[in-house]
Design a protein around this ligand. Structure first.
Ligand code: ADP
Ligand code: TMP
Length: 252
């Protein structure tokens, strides 16, 4: 679609007005940022891979009745989604201790948790996305008590499903971040999963070798970031190596 109306440009995606009422188009960029935009680079093909990976995972989640914004993929870099009122809370689910958890609490990196932990962060770049509690969410009215219960229940289902899905491709789902929003239907709102699920916001380790197949390769300067994202896509079967090479040649 030419001459789309740009609504917002974020660190990894551009949001355009959708083709139908109450829809948006997510355009996936190759830009990678970390540490709240302090570290920046381009990972060639990342946007295409994340578009395909997120399409697959959101579609599978729809099939098990996890409500989410995904409608359809439009092309290599764009998908049509439902327009939501985003809840300004980043929901992180952890199965293995790593990242900010080990820094904050001095836990051993790689410790498998006795049960998943769900954490909340305020979605506010100016404040560096600080960790918050459920009490903050309710008192400051970022979500209602009922929404919060639903968020926890959906996050837990997403974790159980994705853990098994990735495991079947010999990938350990270490942790991930998801976002939620309200889809307004007259004066009723339905809570839905928003944004994307991809190696940008999941930690994915090879089951046997613990090789990192996600954005930590960029955050920690481990190299071969593009190859890691490609490997996730190939293992999940969303694109073959030949298809990806063809796609990149004829990119938008
Ligand atoms: P950021 O804003 O953190 O830089 P992105 O570059 O990924 O992140 O931009 C995508 C933005 O679109 C995010 O802020 C996200 O909350 C928002 N978003 C994702 N899905 C939807 C949706 N269905 N409706 C409205 N906004 C959405
Ligand atoms: P953390 O260990 O740095 O808190 O990250 C937890 C998970 O959340 C990890 O899978 C990466 C993801 N994440 C994002 O998607 N966006 C962010 O801004 C941050 C800090 C983490």
């Amino acid at each position: 679609m030419k001459n789309k109306e740009k609504i917002y440009e974020g660190k990894a995606k551009i949001i355009y007005k959708g083709t139908k009422p109450n829809t948006l188009i997510q355009y996936f960029k190759d830009d990678a940022t970390a540490f709240n935009n302090k570290k920046k680079s381009i990972i060639p093909g990342k946007g295409v891979l994340n578009n395909f990976i997120s399409e697959l995972l959101m579609s599978r989640l729809s099939e098990i009745n996890v409500p989410n914004h995904f409608i359809k993929r439009l092309n290599m870099r764009e998908q049509l989604v439902r327009k939501l009122e985003i809840i300004p809370v980043e929901v992180v689910v952890r199965n293995v201790a790593t990242g900010s958890l080990v820094k904050r609490l001095g836990i051993k990196d790689g410790k498998v948790l006795s049960r998943p932990i769900i954490e909340f962060y305020l979605k506010n770049d100016d404040l560096n996305d600080p960790i918050i509690s459920d009490e903050h969410i309710i008192v400051f009215e970022w979500a209602t008590h009922q929404e919060l219960e639903e968020i926890i229940s959906i996050a837990s289902r997403v974790n159980d499903f994705l853990t098994g899905y990735f495991f079947s491709q010999s990938i350990r789902l270490v942790d991930f971040k998801i976002e939620f929003g309200r889809f307004w239907d007259s004066d009723e709102s339905i809570l839905m999963l928003a944004d994307e699920i991809s190696p940008d916001n999941c930690r994915l380790w090879d089951i046997k070798t613990n090789k990192k197949l996600d954005k930590d390769r960029f955050r920690q300067d481990l190299g071969d970031v593009d190859k890691a994202y490609q490997e996730v896509a190939y293992r999940l079967g969303v694109l073959s190596e030949n298809e990806f090479k063809k796609v990149i040649k004829n990119d938008l």
